[in-house]
Design a protein around this ligand. Structure first.
Ligand code: SF4
Length: 503
């Protein structure tokens, strides 16, 4: 049996790192972990080929070669998923789709032959059993959650890991919280299910063997969803693994703000190698936090918590949202002020969206406020806001303009670098300098420092860091790259003249 596994292209949203990747000479952000795991769940003796459309082109001969094409996608890949489904259909090949896009919206893909929905560890074996009996159904879905401790090792030999900026593992699925705009709990449940430390160590060793030595992303919904098991099982194992691997890569992941309440957990995570953490901060407005059920962020001193995480050794990336029903026109200035005072250099600012499968989506449907035809790139939200359309249009633009201006990125970076000292953390992350690093440095200097629109702030930040904190130059280069990415995407945002939906 010949199987072609396809990963559709991500839409260039405001925060895709496409410009940054071009500068550093990488083709994609991170490998398609879900499809690599699906490949391992398929019979060993089948012929498999994986094409990630973010990094490679697809030929019609490859489609004709396949008996089945498996496509996995999230909603940010929907435009490319529709195109590739159409193309495969015109080649007459059988199409099997899975992943969160299809789990929520399979009804809107009538051309697809079969759906393997929810978690593939449960539904794919059912599909394979029926395939053997030549009695395939159209839809395979389940309400059960998979035991991830039995998930197989992803089949890394199907991709060239060096094409990617990050590599990727997943330790847990699920999150105990119930934020009304998030589909994680509906998809993966409230009780985080975890892999064994041995599984993760095995995956990490495979990644190193495949030749990836830079940052590894733990693609968990919320790594600290089950703190006890994390503290007693995974983190001690990672600390031990790091002690045996002098040049082990650093880790990035997603957590909730309550990490700042637990000094022991912070210490263990830092020793284990976690440095970059994404936190959904969403808004400084207490009323909006409570109304959207983001209770873990409410009734706390968010700025103090962020500073505590940063001074302890974490680089915090913050997720922010405008457009909650409780927002007033002051939200835009308040977000600008909060982000500036937090010294969060990397901030993602979204208009509120209601993904299918969320409580918010249900409420918007009942209130007749959903926009049917939604595509990430075109209108940036699928709901009609309560706040006046013109006010949100201008306000959102002003937040982006302020937060992503090279001047403001530069200021936040300087303030952050003054008190951040990752080198002091026990178990510092050491990097072996390779020849390719010099090439990357040269590319950054040419594309950002000489040709980039933000070159003045590039040199200001690099020279300031060299003079004051030469040991932190790595971070300064990261921040100038992000400054470049933000700048390019803001230009694109303005050129697209995005339309906020009518109220
Ligand atoms: S904490 Fe994060 S992952 Fe968990 S429900 Fe809220 S937004 Fe989703």
């Amino acid at each position: 049996m010949n199987i072609l596994l396809l990963y559709p292209k991500m839409t260039d949203t405001f925060w895709s790192m496409n410009h940054l990747l071009k500068v550093v000479g990488k083709k994609g952000s991170y490998p398609p972990l879900g499809l690599l795991t699906v490949a391992s769940l398929l019979p060993k003796d089948w012929n498999k080929k994986l094409i990630d459309l973010n990094t490679e082109k697809l030929n019609d001969e490859e489609i004709h070669w396949a008996d089945y094409v498996f496509i996995s996608a999230m909603n940010v890949q929907s435009v490319s998923a529709r195109e590739v489904i159409k193309r495969c259909k015109s080649c007459g090949v059988n199409i099997v789709c899975g992943g969160t896009l299809f789990t929520h919206e399979y009804e809107s893909f009538p051309q697809v032959d079969h759906f393997v929905l929810n978690e593939a560890e449960i539904t794919l074996p059912l599909f394979l059993k029926d395939l053997e009996k030549n009695n395939l159904k159209r839809i395979y879905k389940t309400e059960m959650f998979a035991n991830v401790a039995e998930s197989p090792l992803p089949q890394w030999d199907l991709i060239n890991i060096k094409n990617y900026e990050y590599s990727i593992v997943q330790y847990s699925r699920g999150c105990p919280y119930l934020c009304d705009f998030c589909d994680v709990t509906a998809l993966f449940g409230r009780i985080p299910r975890v892999k064994s430390p041995a599984q993760i160590i095995n995956e990490l060793n495979e990644i190193l063997k495949a030749g990836h030595s830079d940052m590894i992303l733990f693609a968990d919904d919320n790594l600290i969803g089950n703190k006890n098991v994390l503290k007693s099982e995974l983190l001690p194992a990672l600390i031990e693994w790091r002690s045996q691997n002098e040049f082990a890569p650093g880790f990035a992941t997603q957590v909730t703000i309550n990490l700042a309440d637990d000094d022991e957990l912070m210490r263990l995570m830092l020793e284990a190698g976690f440095r970059h953490i994404f936190i959904g901060i969403e808004t400084p407005e207490e009323e909006s936090l409570l109304a959207s059920r983001k209770k873990q962020n409410a009734k706390r001193k968010l700025l103090q918590n962020i500073k505590h995480l940063q001074t302890s050794g974490f680089i915090v990336t913050g997720g922010f949202i405008v457009g909650f029903d409780t927002d007033t026109p002051s939200i835009f200035d308040n977000q600008i002020k909060f982000i500036s005072e937090s010294n969060i250099v990397i901030a993602t600012i979204n208009l509120l969206k209601a993904p299918p499968g969320t409580e918010l989506h249900e409420r918007m449907k009942k209130e007749n406020r959903l926009i049917d035809k939604f595509d990430f790139d075109e209108n940036m939200s699928n709901i009609r806001f309560k706040i006046d359309r013109e006010i949100i249009n201008e306000g959102y633009k002003s937040v982006l303009n302020n937060v992503y201006s090279p001047e403001k990125v530069y200021k936040r970076a300087i303030n952050f670098l003054k008190y951040y000292n990752g080198a002091k953390v026990a178990n510092p992350i050491k990097r072996k300098i390779k020849f390719s690093d010099y090439i990357t440095l040269l590319r950054i200097i040419i594309y950002v420092g000489i040709l980039g629109n933000c070159r003045i702030h590039f040199w200001k930040l690099i020279i300031w860091t060299l003079k004051k904190y030469p040991a932190k130059l790595d971070y300064a280069f990261l921040f100038v790259l992000l400054m470049f990415q933000f700048n390019k995407m803001f230009e694109r945002y303005l050129s697209l003249n995005h339309k906020i939906p009518e109220n």
